[in-house]
Design a protein around this ligand. Structure first.
Ligand code: SF4
Length: 231
C-alpha cells in the first residue's frame, strides 16, 4: 500500500465523486454546543436511531440543561437506556455538564461562536471525557469550523484510501486528515466518508468493485483480486 499522502487534486476529485454518487454531503443540523456534546456521548457504540431515541427521552425527562446537570446518575441512565451503555454514558454526560456549570457559571456555550478555533478546541478537550472526536463534532456541527471529525467509519475508509498511515490512531487522524483535506471540504468530506463507510467500504469486506474511488485507492486491488479468486 502506498504511504504517500494524497495530493490536493486527488482529494478534490474524491470529494466530487462522493458527492456525485451519494448526493449532497450536508452535515447534521446545526446544534447548540451543549446539545452536540450530549448527543456525541449518546452516539457512542450505537446507531443514530437509538441515539436520537435516547436524546428525546433525556430531554423529555430533563427539559433544561440545569435540570439534567442536577439529576442523579441512575435517573439519567434510566432515561437514556434506549441508547445502550447507559451506566457509562450517564456519568459521562453529568461530568461534562457539571464541569461547564462550575467553570462558566451556566450551561451556555454561545461564547464559543466568537472564539478562535484554537480556543474553542482547547476548552472542549479540557472537559472531562472529551477527546478530539467529540471536540471536532462540536466544532464542525455547532460552530461551523473547518474540521473533520474522525469516527470509526472515517478512520477505516481514510486508512484504506492511504490518507492516513497504518500506524496512526483515530485521535492522530484528526490532524493528519486536516493536513490533506482542504478546509472548505472537511465537514462534507466527513459526511461523504461516513456514508461510503456505511454503504460500500464496510468493516469486513468492502465492495471495492462498486466504489467510486476504487481507481484512487491503494487497497482496492487487494480486495478486488480476492473477489476474482473466489469467483
Ligand atoms: S476502493 Fe474499496 S477499500 Fe478503497 S475506499 Fe473504496 S470500498 Fe474502501
Amino acid at each position: 500500500m502506498s504511504l504517500r499522502p494524497p495530493d490536493p487534486k486527488t482529494v478534490r476529485l474524491a470529494h466530487r465523486r462522493l458527492e456525485r454518487r451519494l448526493g449532497p454531503l450536508d452535515p447534521p443540523l446545526r446544534r447548540d454546543p451543549v446539545e452536540e456534546l450530549v448527543l456525541t456521548v449518546l452516539s457512542q457504540n450505537t446507531s443514530d436511531v437509538n441515539r436520537d431515541r435516547a436524546f428525546a427521552a433525556l430531554r423529555g425527562r430533563f427539559p433544561t440543561w440545569d435540570a439534567l446537570a442536577s439529576a442523579d446518575a441512575p435517573d439519567v441512565a434510566d432515561a437514556i437506556r434506549p441508547g445502550g451503555l447507559s451506566q457509562i454514558k450517564a456519568p459521562r454526560i453529568l461530568a461534562i455538564l457539571r464541569e461547564i456549570r462550575d467553570r462558566d457559571g451556566s450551561l451556555d456555550l454561545v461564547w464559543m461562536r466568537d472564539a478562535s478555533d484554537e480556543d474553542a478546541a482547547a476548552y472542549l478537550v479540557s472537559l472531562p471525557g472529551v477527546g478530539p472526536k467529540t471536540a471536532a463534532c462540536v466544532l464542525a456541527f455547532s460552530l461551523e469550523r473547518p474540521v473533520i471529525p474522525v469516527d470509526t467509519h472515517v478512520f477505516r475508509v481514510a486508512g484504506r484510501l492511504g490518507w492516513i498511515p497504518p500506524e496512526a490512531n483515530a485521535d492522530q487522524a484528526h490532524e493528519l486528515l486536516a493536513a490533506v483535506v482542504p478546509p472548505k471540504l472537511r465537514v462534507s468530506m466527513h459526511v461523504g466518508l461516513i456514508r461510503l463507510g456505511r454503504e460500500i467500504c464496510k468493516a469486513g469486506r468492502p465492495r471495492c468493485e462498486d466504489c467510486p474511488l476504487n481507481d484512487l485507492c491503494p487497497t482496492a486491488p487487494t480486495y478486488m483480486a480476492g473477489r476474482a479468486d473466489h469467483a
